[in-house]
Design a protein around this ligand. Structure first.
Ligand SMILES: [Zn+2]
Length: 423
């Protein structure tokens, strides 16, 4: 008896391809070639590369030039005799993407143009009222409006804004962000005052995309893990972000490291966050004698200091740099717990690189060795293919740059949508 396997997945389009679909497809193909070239490319080269006729290339080039997606720049030589040709390349005076980020230590805004170049980057401290949602989002709107105004003067048009938040997001609603004390905050609706469409996304996912765009391997696979008041991860497999069934993947902070461990804010016990969040590391230092003379090494909470007024990362790093025994023990414990949680993810996902972001990037000098020891011990294939562990390329700006690049990526993928809006 033979079983019939039912094929699923997208069906091929029925009937003839419509003329306008074909025009859109050709435009996308030409634009993708210009995007991938990484240098000015001539109309003749485009005709050869795409198999389209020269008149078709000329028409599409005119359309892309009129829509400010490309510009004419320099000359190209094809290596043979003949006159040099004008090259076509991505425009740095067309559409742009805005990124906004809420960090443990403040707020950030960033604009990138179509070429992926950062054209504007600003930071601001948390509002005096702390992490109150209305105050934080109000400050971000002001920063976003200032960014839009600044780049409009440079002939750029901000198309979309993307906000990075430290927690799972459902539509524009931040379901829970323990680091901010937020629950069910409709950030998307609030940010409508920016005057451009706004997307809200998880900070670790956006930072992972930032690292993917910034790296030189567009088909890379890695796990980005961000430390801070909470711990999140962004999973990139073969160049694509793996969001999960509901977009909530990467909650590495709530992976169990010790089943009977300390109670976690999530209701479980022994989660990674109870060992390796900045709060957990500071908690281990609290009460331990400070063996350093650093003025800012007081642990928040010890003398009633407001958490907002002290940067927790600088407290930990200053004590670790002074070789304070309590700090070194706390970081070794945090690194081991992180390594145990990461080993599970690496075993399941077959990922060869772990990027340490957020606070983990700043603390990587102390965390890398214990993380590596646990991974080498627990990942089945580690002896054949060692896992790379390194700090992120973009450092603490990964999420805000990733957010801005995500905003502009929509134009890169769907240039016809932008062109339709221009006509
Ligand atoms: Zn938990």
């Amino acid at each position: 008896m033979t079983a019939a396997f039912r094929l699923s997945g997208p069906r091929p389009p029925e009937g003839a391809v419509r003329q306008e679909d074909l025009r859109d497809l050709n435009l996308k193909v030409v634009f993708q070639h210009i995007l991938d070239a990484g240098r000015p490319i001539s109309r003749t080269e485009l005709a050869t590369a795409t198999g389209l006729t020269r008149p078709t290339i000329t028409r599409i080039a005119e359309e892309l030039l009129a829509g400010r997606l490309i510009t004419e720049k320099g000359v190209t030589h094809n290596g043979r005799a003949g006159r040099p040709r004008v090259g076509l390349t991505l425009s740095d005076r067309g559409p742009a993407g805005l990124g906004l980020d809420i960090r443990a230590d403040g707020l950030a805004a960033c604009v990138v143009d179509l070429t992926g170049t950062v054209r504007h980057l600003t930071f601001a401290p948390m509002p005096p009222t702390g992490r109150d949602a209305e105050a934080v989002l109000g400050s971000l709107i002001r920063m976003g409006c200032e960014a839009i105004e600044a780049v409009t003067a440079k002939e750029l048009t901000v198309v979309t804004a993307t906000l990075a938040v430290p927690g799972p997001v459902d539509g524009g609603v931040v379901r829970i962000a323990p680091a901010l004390g937020w629950r069910d905050v409709d950030a998307g609706t609030f940010l409508a005052d920016l005057g451009v469409p706004c997307v809200v996304d998880n900070e670790a996912n956006l930072a992972a995309l930032g690292e993917l765009y910034a790296g030189d391997d567009p088909l890379g696979s890695f796990l980005y893990v961000s430390g801070g008041l909470g711990i999140g991860a962004g999973i990139v497999l073969n160049g694509s972000l793996m969001r999960g069934a509901r977009g909530w993947s990467g909650e590495l902070g709530h992976v169990t490291v010790e089943p009977e461990g300390a109670a976690c804010a999530c209701g479980s016990r022994g989660c990674l966050e109870t060992y390796a969040s900045t709060g957990a590391i500071l908690g281990a230092l609290r009460g331990a004698p400070d063996r350093t003379d650093a003025r800012d090494s007081a642990v928040p909470g010890e003398a009633g200091d407001a958490f907002e007024r002290i940067n927790p990362d600088s407290v930990i790093t200053s004590r670790a740099e002074a070789a304070d025994p309590a700090a070194l023990v706390a970081l070794d414990r945090a690194g081991s717990a992180l390594g145990i949680a990461l080993s599970g993810a690496v075993n399941v996902l077959d990922i060869d690189s772990v990027l340490l972001g957020g606070s983990f990037a700043l603390l990587s000098s102390w965390l890398t060795d214990p993380v590596r020891a646990e991974i080498d011990r627990r990942v089945l294939t580690a002896s054949w293919s060692p896992v790379t562990i390194r700090p992120t390329l973009l450092g603490p700006d990964a999420a805000v740059i990733g957010a801005a690049l995500t905003s502009i990526d929509q134009i890169r993928r769907r240039p016809t949508t932008w062109l339709a809006r221009q006509s």
